[in-house]
Ligand binder design. Sequence first.
Ligand SMILES: [Zn+2]
Length: 500
Amino acid sequence: MLASHSFAQELDLIIRGGSLIDGSGSAATKTDIGIKGDRIVFVGNGAGRNAKREIDATGLVVTPGFIDPHTHTASDLSDPKRSRNDAYLMQGVTTVATGNDGSSPPAIGSTLAKWGQQGIGTNAALFIGQGTVRQEVMGMSDAKPTAEQLDRMKALVDAAMKEGAIGLSTGLYYAPGSFSSTEEVIELARIAAKHGGIYDTHMRDESSYSIGLLGSVQETIRIGEEAHLPVMISHIKALGADVWGQSKDVIAVIDNARKAGVKVTASQYPYTASGTSVTAALVPRWAEAGGEGALLKNLNDSRLRPRLISEMEQNLTRRGGPDSLLMTASRDKTIVGKTLVTIARERNESPVDAAIEIVKSGGSDVASFNMMESDIEAFMRQSWVMTCSDGSEGHPRKYGTYPRKLRQYVYEKHVIPLEFAIRSSTSLPAETLGLKDRGLLKPGYFADVLVFDPKTFNERATYQQPRVLSTGVRYLTVNGQLAIDDGYLTTALAGKALKH
Ligand SMILES: [Zn+2]
């Protein structure tokens, strides 16, 4: 038939002969995939199909582009010099969510519009941050909101959801989110629910600081139940010796809630160190009430000092002691790359005194080694756990999460099968975030397609050198355009700002 050879039928791109994993969890098959415009138009035998560009994927793995539900990329995407999002493209990530941990750009609509106008390398979606909203209305106050303040916060969440936010994020561990009661959060989550959004949380406690890991999981489930929306626990973990081994109990509590109809999922990064700051890790929240100025005043107040030191010592023990905290980024370059124990020895002071001095002179980001491998693996095996990077400066996870998960947990330790790992990085986050027509290799879906070499796909970033791009992505399309071609980044900025 003439029609089958007409120009209209010609594909823009065909990827032939790869081991194709569609993202649903189904087994790999050796087959072809065709793209036209920004969509996948067929998956199957492509013999006889013509395309402007042919890619031979023999020996390579073809999957949906990865979808990262928890990043800190808002400032990267807004800066024209960094908006290509190289660290993510080179891991095979084609979509990022950001605005997590309760902290987002305050103006959702104009941020999305700016990304759309300037161009971004990956697709991107935004949460509205509860901490951001609270700070706008109440500053860094630890007070309970008045009825009028609560109404203003609700109005801000409502506006953000109308402007395209995918849900409400909280960082109840951090100030000012930590000053919010569960009931206050439920009020705001109900607004997100009204618009079909989800609730994403860095929980109040991943350890034994306040209400405990299990108490925080229960708080999250309650928010899901009472606000009637799906809840996603960010970077699920058992942080510190006090809660090591509790993955078992956490999994049981979540499985029960899911059986009872609450939509609970979680994200996870595959590292034993978390990334945070000296302040967030060690300083008690009461010392932060009132903001930066109040914090410095409290740190210098000799009457508060005994209480401060004793609580900081407990927090340091909880995290694994002074050799578990590695300084990764600070205004004071002389401390970067050193652990707190080394700094304390050099200065001939106690680790907590050294930490207080670090906070006073501008603070420092840390890699905090506080997780057990067995807990990481237990969480990773759950069908409701998706991959996230939680990428932040100074931690290799921003550059290495996705290839690391496959290299270490699929290919080397065989903790999970490849198809399961791909699902946890594609269709599961797409469904959870409510991203339409993404996360699967299926006709009609957006052509976000990853082709990687299973022999070389790996992270290169380390704690010592966290900003090194990963290897092994051979081709990557974002909305049908090649963002990586034969291993090299192209100049394409084919990402879309995704509105809920
Ligand atoms: Zn977080």
